[in-house]
Write a protein that binds this ligand. Structure first.
Ligand code: SF4
Length: 752
């Protein structure tokens, strides 16, 4: 490891900002900077903050990665960002194609591996039709790769069984935005942070999971002392330490809390009647349900008065009232959220209600306002949500169920009318269930590790083993790669070219700077080669990253995702551009829907929700709904899961970086009172058991969690936390409920 003094100081300052110390610093040593031959701009390969970097090359290798001073992140990177170089050179990089022979994965040529992959897919289609195959992708693929996979499977093979890990982390946000505003993705941008006077953070531990964006929030707090921060989280996270008010609610009760805040805002007249009158409509259930009125909402919310839901939420009514008051009186309120809100069976309702707070108070479309969901991966927004690489979707907000949208795409892709199936494909959990049942017989899995990341993961592994599985990844082995029939080694970020888009709708170009290890290839090359062998070479005429990008620009033109003006030439020159951006002269849009700012907003006035037919956003009357997991004497506690600063996802990458190996990830936080009742001390082994399975972890008594709630990291490489998590899904978004599983915790002796 050769971090410079500046990098280390930067890391230590962010670590301190996140309230972390000790473990984050293990194994770090100071070395002098390595000389660099040339510098190139790029983007961090990890979270959806999308920090801009500059990459130093020497002798055909990446030798340095720093934050780009001119980027939105002003030169900052967190520890994962600093490790963008190290992850390229870990020892387990995948280098050669492999096929399974006599039960073993053995090295082979690309020709043989691709022929075997195509043969497996052809056989599955011959036996079960196009819906017997599937694509399961990732928010870590480039936009061009996801777009091409979507085109190959939906337009070529003829199945909508196209989904990916973004279904697990942000489907509820995508469905929330689409149903409220008519189009997905946040309306604001990071510059809003400098104007906000209130940050409402719900279900997001940004100090650890989006630390550089959080540093910008902390800058605002430092420079504008009037700024208030409300953090809603069952854990006292490092983010909560920056809060003016921390609402340590009971997991899964977010909708009740948000409804109670809406009740209080209406009751105390802290709403914006002019905004409601002109720009809002009310519905229950779906966007095309009969219109309702503000009075209907008032009546509906009568059951959610703060004193009526306080017990359910585990809060006092005074706390809820104060949160509503702070939101209502703020000059500019900005909300952030991520998996904590999305990963529940009421995820869409919770998303809609955060958006409703902004609509009722007119806190949108002005500097420092707006609902702003963060994404967990570098390209889940642009690569997967925008390109429609999900089972229900088509590119640029189109839907497979809409005839007009299908015909649009058939025309754009040069396909005969009727080629795209009108039936939504299977979203992630149902897709793997269909594999279990033998209905999906072959699947291509790219850049993700569902064998560990799916909830109730043990249930779905046998299906992956039974199906014909083609896995493409940069690391070998992962748990999913071990189950593959064909394994294809993939290039990583700077070893291939493509576009990432982060949480503020900013597209960035990641240029190819170095060669991948061994025989690894880009996922785009892999998709094209497989498509050709399956007889769809003509469909995939765009084969270079630039050609695919240009095609994707044309496909999005004229929609509410228009970014015609984001050309490759501009991407090469600029750190990034935010859409909408319909012309090559347009500088990119910070605030969507605002006349004079957003080029697609046509009407005069405060705001134009142009993606909705009537130009009005929808406030939904949203029920809290029953819990899927009821506590019982067998399972009396709630397990919730999350991340820590230094690791990422199933740690297939960060867990292999030597400097991070010592950072613990196999522990269970539990309240000291619960630990005492269970007779558990720090470091004891405990078994966490749900109705689905169990996992052993080291006990870590901590005041961070509420009594009755236990917390585990999703990263653990040795212990499968997802053996116990719940695979119940939100009925609208099909996103599973990782954040709430009923469990029992027992002390176990080592070795038993
Ligand atoms: S905050 Fe996210 S994007 Fe930025 S350096 Fe860290 S991991 Fe990378």
């Amino acid at each position: 490891m050769n971090l410079t003094r500046r990098e280390l100081l930067q890391y230590f300052s962010l670590t301190a900002a996140a309230g972390l110390s000790g473990p984050g610093c293990i194994g770090w040593t100071r070395e002098e900077a390595i000389p660099v031959d040339s510098w190139h701009k790029s983007v961090c390969r990890f979270c959806g903050s999308g920090c801009e970097t500059r990459v130093g090359l020497r002798g055909g290798k990446v030798v340095k990665v720093e934050g780009l001073q001119s980027g939105w992140n002003q030169g900052r990177l967190c520890i994962k960002g600093l490790l963008n170089r190290e992850i390229l050179y870990v020892s387990d990089r995948a280098q050669y194609p492999m096929v399974r022979k006599n039960g073993q994965l053995v090295r082979t040529s690309w020709e043989e591996a691709l022929d075997a992959a195509a043969a497996g897919f052809r056989e599955a289609i011959a036996q079960g039709g196009p819906d017997a195959v599937a694509f399961y992708g990732s928010g870590q693929l480039f936009t061009q790769e996801s777009y091409t996979a979507n085109k190959l499977f939906k337009g070529g093979i003829g199945t909508n069984n196209v989904d990916g890990n973004p279904r697990l982390c942000m489907a509820s946000a995508a469905f929330g935005y689409k149903s409220v505003f008519g189009a997905d993705e946040p309306s604001g941008c990071y510059d809003d942070i400098e104007h906000a006077t209130l940050f409402f953070v719900i279900g997001a531990n940004m100090a650890e999971c989006h630390p550089v964006v959080w540093e910008r929030v902390r800058d605002r707090i430092r420079t504008a002392p009037e700024t208030r921060v409300i953090v809603v989280d069952p854990r006292r996270t490092p983010t909560a330490r920056d809060a003016t008010q921390h609402l340590q609610l009971r997991p899964g009760t977010d909708v009740a809390l948000l409804n109670a805040m809406a009740h209080e805002l209406l009751n105390t007249n802290l709403v914006d009647p002019e905004f409601i009158e002109n720009f809002v409509t009310f519905r229950k259930g779906t966007a095309d349900s009969p219109p309702l009125t503000l009075e209907d909402l008032r009546k509906f919310l009568a059951d959610y008065a703060p004193e009526k839901v306080a017990d359910l939420c585990g809060l006092s009514s005074a706390e809820i009232r104060e949160a509503a008051r702070l939101f209502g009186i703020s000059q500019a309120a900005m909300s952030f959220w991520t998996m904590g809100l999305n990963q529940q069976t009421h995820g869409v309702a919770a998303n809609r209600m955060v958006m409703a707070l902004h609509l009722l108070t007119g806190q949108i479309g002005r500097p420092g306002t707006g609902p702003f969901s963060m994404t967990g991966q570098p390209n889940a927004g642009g690569g997967v949500r925008d390109t429609g690489t999900l089972a229900h979707a088509l590119p640029a907000g189109r839907l497979v169920t809409k005839e007009h949208d299908r015909h649009d795409m058939e025309k754009l892709w040069g396909l005969p009318e009727g080629r795209i199936s009108p039936n939504p494909g299977l979203p992630a959990v149902q897709l793997f269930e269909a594999m279990r049942e033998g209905k999906v017989r072959a699947a291509l899995v790219m850049a993700t590790n569902p064998a560990r990341s799916l909830p109730n993961a043990d249930r779905y592994r046998p299906g992956m083993e039974k199906a014909f599985l083609v896995v493409s990844d940069s690391i070998f082995p992962t748990d999913t790669a071990r189950l593959a029939d064909v394994f294809l080694p993939a290039a990583m970020w700077s070893e291939k070219e493509g576009v990432f888009s982060q949480s503020e709708r900013r597209y960035h170009l990641v240029e190819k700077l170095v060669d991948p290890p061994g025989e690894a290839r880009s996922d785009l090359e892999i998709l094209v080669a497989l498509g050709e062998r399956l007889g769809h070479g003509e469909l995939l005429k765009a084969r270079t990253p630039e050609a695919v990008w240009d095609e994707w620009r044309k496909v999005a033109a004229g929609t509410s995702y228009d970014f015609t003006g984001i050309t490759y030439a501009r991407l090469k020159e600029l750190p990034g551009l935010t859409w909408p951006c319909p012309t090559e002269q347009h500088p990119g849009t910070c605030r969507r829907y605002v006349p004079g700012e957003d080029p697609l907003a046509k009407k005069e006035g405060r705001i134009d929700f142009y993606a909705r037919p009537d130009g009005r956003a929808i406030v939904y009357l949203s029920e809290q709904g029953p819990f899927r997991e009821n506590l019982s004497s067998d399972y009396p506690m709630i397990l919730t899961t999350g991340r820590r600063l230094e690791h990422w996802h199933t740690a297939t990458i960060t867990g292999r970086v030597p400097e991070l190996k010592g950072i613990p990830m196999d522990y269970l936080e539990l309240h000291p009172g619960d630990a005492a009742v269970l007779g558990v001390k720090e470091g004891d082994w405990v078994q966490v058991t749900s109705a689905r399975g169990s996992v052993r972890l080291r006990a870590k008594p901590s005041m961070r969690v509420r009594p009755g709630v236990v917390f585990a990291l999703m990263h653990s490489m040795e212990h499968l936390v997802n053996a116990a998590t719940s695979d119940s899904v939100d009925p609208i978004s099909a996103q599973p409920e990782y954040k709430m599983a009923a469990v029992r915790v027992e002390r176990v002796k080592e070795g038993t």
